[in-house]
Structures are given as C-alpha cells and as structure tokens.
Design a protein around this ligand. Structure first.
Ligand SMILES: Nc1nc2c(c(=O)[nH]1)N[C@H]1C(S)=C(S)[C@@H](COP(=O)(O)O)O[C@H]1N2
Ligand SMILES: [Mo]
Length: 330
C-alpha cells in the first residue's frame, strides 16, 4: 500500500525546500524570554505502571506493533492522503527536539509498553488505568482527517482509533467537568528534547467539554492501519481536526476533568500568538504570518491550498462557537 524504503519525500523536502521558505516557531525560541535554553528543570520523571482500575468496554489487550484490526468510516476527505514517509518523517514532537526530523530519529527511545493513563478530577471513575483498559482495541475505526499545523503546512492522515467521547463517557464525568486537560508523558531520560525548556514540560492541552464530546474528536492509536509510530504520539494521542495541530496532544498519560479553562502549553509560552481555542481560521493571521493558505506536505514542494474555516469541518463544529468572536477567542 505504501513504500517505506528510501523515504523519497523526506530527502526531496530536505534537499529542495530553501530554508527561508519554512514557516516555523524557532524564532520564538531565539526571542522568547520564557523559552531560554536553561537546561534541566528538576521535575520528577513519570513512569508507566500496572493497572489498578478497570474501565468498561475495553478488553484488556492491545497490539504494540504491526497491523491493527479496524473498520472504515465515512470520515474522509477528497484530497489524497499524505504519503507514509512524510506523515512519519516530518513531525512536531518537541519532547524529542524542535527539528522536523528529530522525532523520527529519537522517539524510538520512549517506552510505550506498559502504558497507563491517570484519570483525575470531576468524574465517577478516577485512578490509574492501563491503556488497554481505556481503549477497546477490538472496536477501532479509521478516520481520514486533514491536519493543519499553525505553521501553515498541512497533511491528510488516515488515523485509526476510537471517538474521544466514548472514552470520556466511560469515566462518568460529573456536571462540574466543563473542560478536559490532557498531559503528555514526561521521561527526562527517554525524551531528550525535554532537557531544553523550549516549553514548560510536561506538554499540556485542553478542550471545552462539548468540544471533547464532538463527533470529530478522536483518540488515535494507529495510522495507515498500523500501530502509531512513536514520533506520531504512541501509544495514544488526540486528533482534533478543526483545530491547529498543536491541540492534538501526543503520548497522553494524564486526563483531568476540570471546571475552569485549563492551561495549555503553547498559550502559556506565547499567549498573544496561541489562544486556548486555536480553531483553524484563515481570517485570523498569526502575528508573524498569514493563515490564509497552507503548504501541502508530501507532494510537489510548492503545492499550496487555501485554508478553510475550521479546516473544512464547519458543518460538524461551527455551532459550538455561535455568537463567539473567533478573532478575540483565537
Ligand atoms: N506532546 C506533544 N504533542 C504534540 C506536539 C508536541 O510537540 N508535543 N506537537 C503538536 C503539533 S505542533 C503538531 S502540528 C502535531 C503534529 O502531529 P504529527 O507529527 O503526528 O503530524 O502534534 C502536536 N502534538
Ligand atoms: Mo503544529
């Protein structure tokens, strides 16, 4: 179905695209006070552990490599899927470095088995759950979604996973749970990028409860029909296709049901540039570049397309923001 050897796309991109054409966030690191490269912060590393609690609707087993069983769905787009070498070779996962090629080179060091998720806050079922007790690997589906990075590039990725709403409901959130915060695993030894304070680790993200329960919000455990590669956020990551890519937090190890709008990593680091909502919006330029179009990764180096409101998912999500000023609430 796809060719992995030689990484044809990767070499083409690296060799041909002039450096100055990249839109990225490295300039923040050079200029941002909060982002000084001051080394280790002394946080205690977390580690996976055994399950002590059992969530409903999961079978307790999961494959850790190779093909997954899943079914197709109607969630797809007209544009071609981004080739596998690009999806798995051009990544943002700052815990492994800020270069696009660094996650593929270094994320293999991350231990993903065993994996557990700590569930906290306003929910009936809290505690530490093994991943295989949170996600039912016998009931996976494929969703082909657009991914739009705030850096003005995009991909189309065939994810495999489960609706986020199903997983969240299994924890029986109470009426005080108005937002959800997600946290990425943090292991200072295995995640070499975390020795630099480019962000305040661990990486955190969040959604309003209705956003989290929206039909499009997805928890991915695979792509292209196989177990998620580490660089794409193994063993479980969020996919929120109508928001900029940084909302789709990788390698989730903690879920908090909270009543107030939670901290999110990019908002903490540069609030003027990255808001809590981060809905894809071609009408709101990033302070340092336009968001009206995007570079299509994986094909012709110069291929571009117009960016769509909510990344093309208005029909499913626009109602959640009725009456809101989406420039102010960016
Ligand atoms: N923990 C964590 N999650 C993360 C990031 C990160 O640096 N750390 N980068 C985000 C950004 S900016 C994007 S565009 C997507 C990229 O996902 P992909 O590499 O699977 O395409 O992951 C998001 N999730
Ligand atoms: Mo991104």
């Amino acid at each position: 179905m796809f060719i992995r050897k030689n990484r044809p796309w990767q070499s083409r991109e690296a060799d041909v695209t002039p450096k100055g054409l990249y839109l990225n966030r490295r300039s923040i690191i050079a200029s941002g006070g909060a982002l000084a490269l001051t080394g280790l912060a002394g946080c205690e590393a977390q580690s996976g552990g055994s399950s002590t609690a059992q969530a409903p609707a999961a079978t307790g087993t999961r494959p850790t490599s190779g093909a997954l069983d899943y079914r197709a769905t109607d969630y797809t787009v007209a544009d071609p899927q981004t080739p596998y070498p690009a999806v798995t070779g051009y990544n943002n996962f700052y815990e492994f470095g800020i270069g696009k090629d660094e996650p593929a080179r270094y994320a293999g060091a991350m231990t993903t088995d065993p994996w557990s998720i700590e569930v906290e806050g306003h929910a009936g079922r809290t505690g530490r759950f093994a991943l295989e007790d949170v996600v039912d690997f016998t009931n996976l589906e494929e969703r082909i979604y657009r991914l739009r990075c705030v850096e003005a590039w995009s991909m189309v990725v065939p994810w495999v996973g489960v609706p986020l709403s199903r997983v969240l409901a299994s924890f029986e959130p109470t009426s005080d749970a108005r937002y959800i915060q997600f946290e990425t695993h943090l292991d200072r030894d295995e995640m070499r990028g975390t020795r630099y304070r480019v962000l305040d680790w661990p990486y955190v993200e969040g959604l309003r409860m209705d956003e989290a329960m929206n039909e499009l919000a997805f928890l991915a455990v695979g792509l292209y029909g196989e177990v998620l590669p580490n660089q794409n956020g193994a063993p479980v990551r969020l996919v929120v296709p109508w928001k900029y890519g940084y909302k789709s937090i990788k390698s989730i190890s903690r879920i908090r049901f909270v009543s107030e709008q939670p901290d999110t990593s990019w908002n903490l680091s540069a609030p003027h540039e990255y808001g809590f909502y981060s809905n894809v919006n071609p009408n709101r330029a990033h302070p340092r570049w336009s968001q009206s179009s995007e570079r299509v990764i994986g094909g012709n180096v110069f291929a571009r397309r117009d960016t769509e409101m909510f990344n093309g998912y208005s029909e499913q999500v626009a109602h959640m923001y009725a009456g809101m000023d989406l420039i102010e609430n960016h």
